[in-house]
Design a protein around this ligand. Structure first.
Ligand code: AMP
Length: 685
């Protein structure tokens, strides 16, 4: 049998590691001699080039490039076509893994056929399965999937022989943020809780600089770099370069040239830190969430481990120090620690014991690893009052894995051989099934029926890899029901509100987002609003939807006319600044003037945190807009009043009050309702 290695399959870079002859985990250098292999594939050569060479091609603007595909693991929608062949994220990751395998084989001088691969803690079932599939495609049997922060804790625990402490692992990579609380003792690594955001990483810091540059350039020259994909790429590269420089120096100069127009800008670290403060603050909220889940305060944390390339930014170190009251732990290589931990886990999988280890450290700490999953598992069930579908959680998030639990449900049998029970498995926290991932459709048959209603025990489990299994038993007979897995239907709209008058499904849609930027939105509310708005865009089908953005405070500003270019809207969202009071009436008027009668479905989506200045005038404007056939959705937060929101919106379902932390899922829900043809949003006559 060949060797087993540990692999950190990263968004930006990947790293392989294995135990050396002294039993110590060590990074395996790649063919080029580097420790990090960029997770980038270049399709202009045969076979495709992977790693540094591909990254060079990307840098010179070549388009036959695949990068940043890890966030799309497990997504059926994500496909890139090169030379007539479709590649999903698993197939692209497999090319990266193949290179790591080949380079490891060359370095170790033996074949490598198994691997422990790390994934972000928030990765759900589909993403974990896709990672295992990537391994398979690359000719690697995936011995275990482990969470990246857990791997970091393993590697860290290994550095010391006598640690017994609770640490917080703050992992800020290129595209994701994970925070984990783990207890490390000489005998075990036990993960207590985990939280994270898979849309928060170094890329957001780049985007912030890019928006700043693009805005300045557009103001001064009238040329908007966001209009041209090539210019945008250039701006993003410059932004990342500037970010790196600012990790070393107090200021940087950035020269941007589009066509023959060149402009040079100064950016100081202080300004950079100020403009990205909301991003840092998002990591604080999640960190506090993880602490609360572990029932701990900062006093109970012995140290903070920094993981991920983005923790090189001095602001991260300062912020962690400010939050925790002490400097983060030194001596951890932020890029390599995850792969080293994976190599430790690989050694455990291999069953090697500590006998060959040097006395400086022991593998004892790795004997017992207990991990948790960051998503709850549940089923779609009909609510007790029978009026709606709900997500009924069976295994709570942050339960140690492997985990198993069961719940009982009533099932009305018709009798006869046709009885079928359809169980939809959910992964997510919301009570609304539409806001959860639907992992699978399981159909149970073979009921032994004596009564009309039977009790069914549904059992679910997470295995060590975080992969899900489901079983069901009929309670009175005790026999296991026969299960078949059916494809999850594309149309799950029935999980939402009862269908109302629906419209042509393929009609195109134009939406104006009206965002309150009055001073009361300053800080966390606006940030949450911005995240929610970005999540909203993610759910919009831009092949048939145009979205525009209007901000309202004292002044009402058309931040971005309706466009099918999501990036433009995101840039407009990112640059919102809070100021003044709430002139909603004028904002609705402005949106209405941009939603002139045509064949499109038209929506105004309002986000506000209080009463507008002229509440009656705003309600009147909303009525005029509705009468002209525009649907209005009003989402309130903070001091907003649900009764007032109802006066604005087209239907009762179209007015929602979102509590702190709920906004992203609320917006997601609205986006889906709009996508499904406006069900629940149409004025009923
Ligand atoms: P990872 O996914 O852990 O490889 O992290 C990649 C991210 O780290 C990217 O967003 C990089 O731009 C960022 N990064 C790497 N080096 C630095 C640095 N010196 N300063 C700031 N960010 C960095």
């Amino acid at each position: 049998m060949g060797a087993i290695i540990g692999i950190d399959l990263g968004t930006t870079n990947s790293v392989a590691a294995a135990r050396n002859e002294h039993g110590r985990p060590e990074v395996i250098p790649n063919h080029e001699g580097g420790h990090l292999t960029p997770s980038v594939v270049y399709f202009g050569s045969t076979p495709p080039a992977v790693g540094q060479e591909a990254k060079e091609w990307a840098r010179v603007g070549n388009e036959e490039i695949a990068s940043f595909f890890k966030p799309h693991m497990g997504s059926a929608q994500f496909k890139l076509n090169f030379h007539g062949k479709d590649y999903d994220a698993s197939a692209l990751s497999a090319l990266v893994l193949k290179k790591l395998k080949a380079d490891a084989e060359a370095h170790l001088g033996k074949s490598v056929d198994r691997a422990v691969i790390t994934v972000p803690a928030y990765f759900a079932d589909a993403q974990r399965k896709a990672t295992i599939e990537a391994g398979r495609l690359a000719g690697l049997e995936v011995a275990r999937i482990i969470n990246e922060p857990t791997a970091a804790a393993l590697a860290y625990g290994l550095q010391k022989t006598s640690v017994d402490e609770t640490v917080l692992i703050y992992d800020l990579g290129g595209g994701t943020f994970d925070v984990t609380v783990a207890r490390i003792t000489p005998e075990s690594v036990e993960v207590l809780s985990t939280a994270g955001d898979h849309d928060l990483g170094g890329k957001n810091w780049d985007d912030r600089i890019a928006s700043y540059l693009a805005e300045k350039f557009a103001q001064e020259t009238g040329i908007d770099p966001l209009d041209d994909p090539q210019a945008l790429n250039e701006v993003l590269l410059l932004a990342e370069g500037a970010k790196w420089t600012l990790s070393e120096r107090a200021a940087t100069r950035i020269s941007l040239q589009i066509g023959t127009t060149r402009k040079t800008y100064e950016l100081s670290r202080t300004d950079f830190e100020a403009m990205t403060f909301p991003l840092m603050d998002r990591t604080r909220r999640l960190t506090e969430e993880a602490l609360a889940e572990a029932s701990l305060r900062w006093g109970g944390i012995g140290g903070v481990l920094l993981v991920g390339g983005s923790t090189r930014m001095p602001m991260v170190r300062q912020f962690v120090k400010q939050m925790s009251g002490r400097d983060p732990r030194a001596g951890v290589n932020v890029d390599e620690v995850v792969a080293l931990g994976a190599a430790v886990q690989a050694a455990i999988e291999e069953g090697r014991e500590t006998s060959d280890a040097t006395p400086k450290f022991s593998l004892a700490g790795a004997r017992r690893v207990s991990d948790v999953m960051s998503h709850s598992l549940g089923v779609v069930a009909v609510s007790e009052d029978g009026t709606s579908f709900v997500n009924d959680i069976v295994i709570r998030r942050n339960a140690p894995i492997p985990a198993e639990n069961k719940k009982s449900y009533a099932h009305a049998c018709r009798g006869g051989s046709n009885d079928r029970l359809e169980v939809y498995l959910t992964q997510g926290e919301s009570t609304a099934p539409v806001d959860c991932a639907i992992l699978g459709k399981y159909v149970f048959t073979d009921f032994h029926v004596t009564d009309r209603e039977v009790t069914v025990d549904v059992a679910m489990s997470y295995d060590m890899n975080g992969i899900v299994q489901v079983k069901a038993r009929q309670r009175d007979t005790g026999h296991a029901l026969t299960m078949t897995v059916e494809p999850v239907p594309d149309d799950l709209s029935w999980l939402g509100k009862p269908p109302e008058a629906s419209r042509e499904p393929d009609q195109s849609t134009r939406i104006y987002l009206l965002m309150d930027v009055s001073s009361s939105m300053a800080g966390a509310p606006l940030m949450e609003g911005q995240s929610a708005a970005r999540a909203f865009l993610d759910k919009c089908d831009f092949t048939r939807t145009e979205v525009g953005l209007i901000s309202f405070s004292d002044v009402v500003t058309l931040q971005c006319g309706a466009t099918d270019n999501a990036r433009k809207v995101v840039a407009a969202i990112n640059r919102l600044e809070p100021d003044g009071t709430t002139n909603l009436a004028e904002a609705i008027g402005l949106a209405r003037s941009h939603l002139i009668q045509n064949d499109k479905r038209r929506y105004i989506v309002i986000l506000t945190d209080g009463y507008p200045d002229a509440a009656e005038a705003a309600a009147e404007e909303a009525r005029t807009a509705r009468e002209s056939g525009i649907d209005i959705v009003a989402i309130g937060m903070g001091q907003a009043d649900l009764d007032y929101l109802r006066r604005l919106s087209s239907t009762e379902q179209g007015s929602v009050f979102a509590r702190h932390g709920e906004l992203v899922s609320t917006f997601g829900h609205i986006a889906r309702i709009i996508a499904e043809g406006g069900r629940g949003l149409r004025i009923s006559s």
